[in-house]
Design a protein. Structure first.
Length: 236
């Protein structure tokens, strides 16, 4: 199972540098030698990507990694920002050859493929975002997004994932994700995995959302039932 998960991690890199038409989410379903069904989901935006593996039946979190990407011909290069299984990779670059078409993608020399979930639609928040502030008691508190300690949220047209990590210490703080919708100013998350608490799997959370001067204002009740008003900024 360990070798399979490591291969899933490598799958992360294939999609990053493709053309704009491949922005969105992709998934693969794999059965281990022990009979466990593992789902792998990759979300990527223009410049950032994340791969997560979790138990398809229980939602138990297994691993995640991600970072920035660039493409030169068919050679993909990623700079790793977080990696739960190999934190020593944080800050390093990895290159390899890829093949991809409109429906599937893969690493040259490997049989495994992932299939498209969506192409960045219909959700209105597709892209990579960084937590840049909060509103508390009517007062806006800003956060320096250039610091090593980051909370990133990356969304395709139907999938979302947030990741908290530190690029300087190489620490992973937590992650969660699943599906989402944006309709009439309402943002709904359906949790498929949550590294800190498996019991949250299957829960749906309703929030209000509004784009103000390019910033995403996200308000409602957290998974713990506490009121929140977060501000997210597009990650360039």
């Amino acid at each position: 199972m360990k070798s399979m998960i490591l291969l899933f991690i490598s799958m992360l890199f294939i999609i990053s540098g493709t053309s704009q038409s491949f922005i969105g989410a992709w998934e693969g379903l794999h059965t281990t030698d022990d009979g466990d069904k593992i789902k792998s989901v990759v979300i990527f935006s223009d410049s950032y990507q994340v791969l997560t593996n979790y138990d398809a039946t229980t939602g138990k979190f297994i691993s995640t990694n991600g970072g920035t990407w660039k493409l030169d011909g068919d050679t993909m290069t990623e700079k790793v920002e977080f990696d739960t299984e190999k934190p020593d990779r944080v800050g390093t670059e990895v290159s390899f050859k890829v093949h991809i078409n409109d429906k599937t993608m893969g690493i040259v020399g490997h049989d495994m493929e992932m299939t498209r979930i969506d192409d960045g639609a219909p959700g209105k928040l597709q892209g990579a975002w960084l937590m840049s502030g909060r509103v508390r008691d009517g007062e806006t508190q800003t956060r320096d997004t250039s610091r090593p300690r980051k909370t990133m949220k990356i969304l395709s047209g139907t999938r979302f994932q947030w990741i908290a990590y530190n690029t300087e210490t190489k620490e992973f703080k937590g992650t969660g994700g699943g599906t989402y919708t944006t309709v009439d100013g309402e943002y709904i998350e359906n949790i498929k995995f949550f590294s800190r608490d498996d019991s949250r799997v299957g829960v749906s959370l309703n929030f209000n959302y509004e784009l103000i001067d390019g910033h995403w204002h996200h308000s409602g009740l957290s998974s713990k039932g506490q009121p929140i008003h977060e501000i997210w900024s597009v990650r360039n």
